[in-house]
Write a protein that binds this ligand. Structure first.
Ligand code: TXA
Ligand code: MG
Length: 327
């Protein structure tokens, strides 16, 4: 067992003060933490992930009261959203204060901010006493980590430690909204839905479906959050058809479906039935992808969930995780 999995908040804060990287748990996924006021430490985050330096980072705060230090021209809708959802899985993009390092923001004038809802990390942020940058603690383009072990798997030699807070309760990255004085735009779907946001803000809410915006969201690249095993998302009849051709080639595949395995299907075809519930699905999704990825299947098939609002974040991640392998 690696010594890098730690439970002590003082120890984690010490590393961060020295400019070292410490991964931390959140309710969504684990973040790769560094002192948001230390450009050298922030540069280490990009290097560790292998992430292009123009892809901006989220700054994590202990309390919404710190918003004014990092952002300016804060619209009243942002205050409403903070009151409604923080601490929680919502990230807001606002105009940054001029003194905030543009290393964080990839050279942009906006900054992404969030108060995460995990007791250990809220404690860490208070003990540390300032903001922490925290992209998902995975290698660039890979599946986000939802346990301390996942972080170690991707980044063991690149971090000082990971603060172990157990498996993440939500398992899918935060909803990202871009706010101006008179608009609210969803940049990344998450467990907090567009409808929930629309109920709180006083301006119309749009989803940034086309990627025309000059705002960059690295997770919005088509092939992102992807396992190495080819992943296909399709309806059940098509999956069943495909299983036959893989069988002819004597290749092992794994199916994830909302229905039980058909009785007539070959025993070699691995089949996992999951609950038709977006919260349960989201909680396990990345962990299951990582596990299956290690088992060397020729392909993974996932039954397409319903195309309804509660599944928006899941459908978005499924599309990205399977994008490399679309024909
Ligand atoms: O749930 C989450 O949001 C997790 C946990 C650790 O908080 N963090 C996370 O970070 O998913 P990351 O870096 O993997 O994804 C954040 C996304 C990136 O796609 C980034 O490009 C976008 O937010 N982003 C950050 N700052 C931005 C800005 N100023 N303008 C536009 N997009 C921004
Ligand atoms: Mg990420």
């Amino acid at each position: 067992m690696t010594k890098k999995i730690i439970h002590n908040i003082q120890e984690a804060a010490e590393y961060l003060r020295k400019g070292d990287l410490v991964a931390f748990p959140t309710e969504t996924v684990y973040g790769l933490g560094a002192d948001a006021k230390n450009p050298t430490a922030i540069a280490k985050v990009f290097a560790a992930k292998g992430r292009p330096t123009n892809h901006p980072l989220i700054v994590h705060l202990a309390d919404a009261a710190e918003l004014n230090y990092w952002a300016q021209d804060i619209p009243s809708d942002a205050v409403r959203l903070a009151n409604a959802f923080w601490p929680g899985p919502l990230t807001m993009i606002l105009n940054k204060q001029p003194y905030v390092s543009s290393v964080i923001t990839g050279g942009q004038d906006t900054i992404a901010l969030r108060v995460p809802n995990h007791p250990l990390t809220l404690d860490l942020l208070k003990t540390f006493g300032s903001g922490l940058v925290g992209p998902s603690a995975n290698v660039y383009g890979h599946v986000s980590p939802t346990t301390a072990e996942h972080v170690i798997h991707d980044l063991e030699n690149k971090i000082a430690a990971v603060l172990d807070g157990g498996p993440c309760k939500i398992g899918i990255e935060s909803t990202i909204v871009y706010l101006t004085a008179n608009s609210t735009t969803i940049m990344r779907h998450g467990i907090i839905s567009m409808e929930e946001i629309a109920r709180v803000v006083h301006h119309p809410v749009a989803a940034n479906a086309n990627q025309q915006s000059k705002i960059r969201v690295s997770g919005s690249h088509a092939a992102h959050y992807a396992p190495t095993t080819p992943l296909y998302v399709d309806n059940l009849p098509n999956i069943l058809k495909a299983t036959q051709s893989y069988r002819l080639q004597q290749e092992n595949i794994h199916v994830i479906s909302f229905t039980p395995k058909p009785l007539n299907l070959a025993p070699e075809i691995a089949w996992h039935q999951v609950e038709l519930d977006p919260h349960a699905f989201g909680r396990n999704f990345y962990a299951v992808l990582r596990k299956l990825d290690r088992l060397n299947f020729a392909a993974i098939f996932i039954e397409q969930p319903p195309q309804t609002a509660p599944w928006a974040a899941i459908n978005d991640r499924l599309t990205r995780a399977s994008a490399k392998h679309q024909v």
